[in-house]
Design a protein around this ligand. Structure first.
Ligand SMILES: NC(=O)c1ccc[n+]([C@@H]2O[C@H](COP(=O)([O-])OP(=O)(O)OC[C@H]3O[C@@H](n4cnc5c(N)ncnc54)[C@H](O)[C@@H]3O)[C@@H](O)[C@H]2O)c1
Length: 400
């Protein structure tokens, strides 16, 4: 990073307990650039489980609080108190929790939908502005490098004038009544008291609408929505189609669903202009498809040297590596941690058939190199990699 680095920012979290969905994603994400340190939290309503997770996360006992109100007061009073608190609880509690921290002048990352009604959402915005705090909502899709590039292309007029936009966040995750089968996240998302009757609009529609606004730079002047419940007996709407008229009369369409059978995450956007169009899908995030007036198609790839600065500053892995490359490394370190912990703590060694490469694999690699070289020197003769090196020398080198 080119910016000067000061001490890490101190972060707190409310929600994100053991078995919760998105809280851990926030924790992983905060660690990636090493700019945040999780120092306080309330990880669920169950005190014992919250304390256990806090200990696992290395949070000192005096900063593992009983509830968010106690946490807001205590963190505001500390000279080294939280710079930001992440609110990763179900929707019905966002307002009260975020308000406590903003009132104390602490910045907040509050999960979407920000609150259950626009008056309470507006109150949070006012509180943040009035108290010098920053209020952020993790509509995270525009943080993909290729979405930033898409937005840059539209801003720079590369598609010409925007004529139509079509966005869908049509997921199939709740195409059956999971809420009746004890599925934790489905239970509250289909409870009108927690998620509201237009549940899918708050859950997925807000992401889709934000993505559409972000790329096109246009807002909906008016809209016509239709809500349905596709899974019989479900108590909330799980499917929504919305026709919109964006700024300047540009037509647009949004489809949000948690019951799009067979779809995985199902987030896709297409934006059309009078010179060209673009398409981006979350399940192939490092590609942006651009088409010109004649239909000639260019696929731009994450990491290309010709992308905008907006995209480049968000790119950590080089051309040819998908974002998943970092996760593959994280998985390597996860398996390594199991090995190291067993050795450090004297617990049984993991006995997985499939795990990470060890020194033995490294040795086999070196033997392979030597065998290929030996074969080449022998006029491409057949060589056995196992027999191509001095056993004594190789054992010494590999320590076996
Ligand atoms: N930005 C995204 O991409 C994204 C993705 C998934 C979920 N979300 C949002 O994140 C929020 C959480 O969703 P989830 O799927 O992780 O839910 P979840 O049910 O898996 O987890 C919620 C957690 O909050 C805890 N909790 C509930 N009330 C609490 C309280 N008063 N104090 C402390 N902890 C409390 C629960 O014990 C649990 O640990 C929702 O608002 C959801 O819309 C956002």
């Amino acid at each position: 990073m080119s910016e000067p680095r000061t001490r890490r920012l101190s972060a707190g979290m409310v929600g994100g307990g053991a078995g919760a969905d998105i809280g851990k994603t926030h924790r992983y994400a905060m660690r990636l650039d090493d700019q945040f340190e999780l120092t306080s939290g309330v990880f669920g309503r169950d005190r014992g489980r919250s304390l256990a997770l806090a200990a696992e996360l290395g949070i000192s006992e005096d900063r593992a609080y009983r509830d968010y109100a106690e946490m807001a007061a205590a963190e505001a009073a500390r000279p080294d108190g939280a710079d930001v608190v992440v609110v990763a609880t179900p929707n019905d509690s966002h307002f009260e929790i975020a308000r406590s921290f903003l009132e104390a002048g602490i910045s907040v990352v509050c999960e979407k939908p920000l609150t259950q009604a626009s008056d309470t959402a507006a109150e949070l915005v006012r509180l943040a502005d009035g108290n010098g705090a920053f209020l952020a909502v993790p509509h995270c899709y525009p943080a993909y490098a290729m979405v930033r590039h898409a937005a840059r292309m539209v801003r720079d007029g590369e598609l010409g004038t925007v004529t139509f936009a079509d966005v869908e966040h049509a997921s199939g995750w709740a195409s059956s009544p999971l809420e009746l089968q004890g599925h934790k996240q489905a239970r509250w998302r289909t409870d009108p008291g927690v998620a509201g009757f237009p549940s899918v609009v708050g859950d997925l529609g807000t992401h889709a609408y934000h993505l559409l606004r972000y790329i096109t730079g246009l807002d909906a002047d008016r809209l016509s929505g239709r809500l349905s419940t596709l899974v019989p007996g479900r108590r909330v709407f799980d499917h929504a189609t919305v026709e919109m008229e964006l700024t300047g009369g540009v037509p647009a369409r949004l489809w949000a669903s948690m019951a799009a059978t067979g779809h995985n995450h199902g987030l896709r956007i297409r934006v059309f202009g009078d010179k060209g169009s673009l398409e981006w899908q979350h399940e192939d995030p490092h590609h942006l498809t651009v088409r010109d007036l004649d239909g000639a198609t260019t696929v731009l790839t994450h990491g290309l040297g010709t992308l905008s600065e907006d995209a480049t500053r968000l790119t950590r892995v080089g051309l040819g590596h998908p974002e998943g490359f970092l996760e593959a490394f994280a998985n390597f370190y996860r398996d390594l941690a199991d090995e190291l912990r067993a050795r450090r703590d004297g617990t049984p060694l993991p006995s997985r058939e499939l795990t990470i490469a060890t020194g033995r694999d490294g040795l086999i690699g070196v033997r392979f190199v030597e065998a290929v070289a030996a074969s080449h020197h022998g006029d491409s003769a057949w060589v056995s990699p196992g027999a191509s090196i001095q056993p004594g020398a190789s054992s010494q080198k590999a320590g076996i």
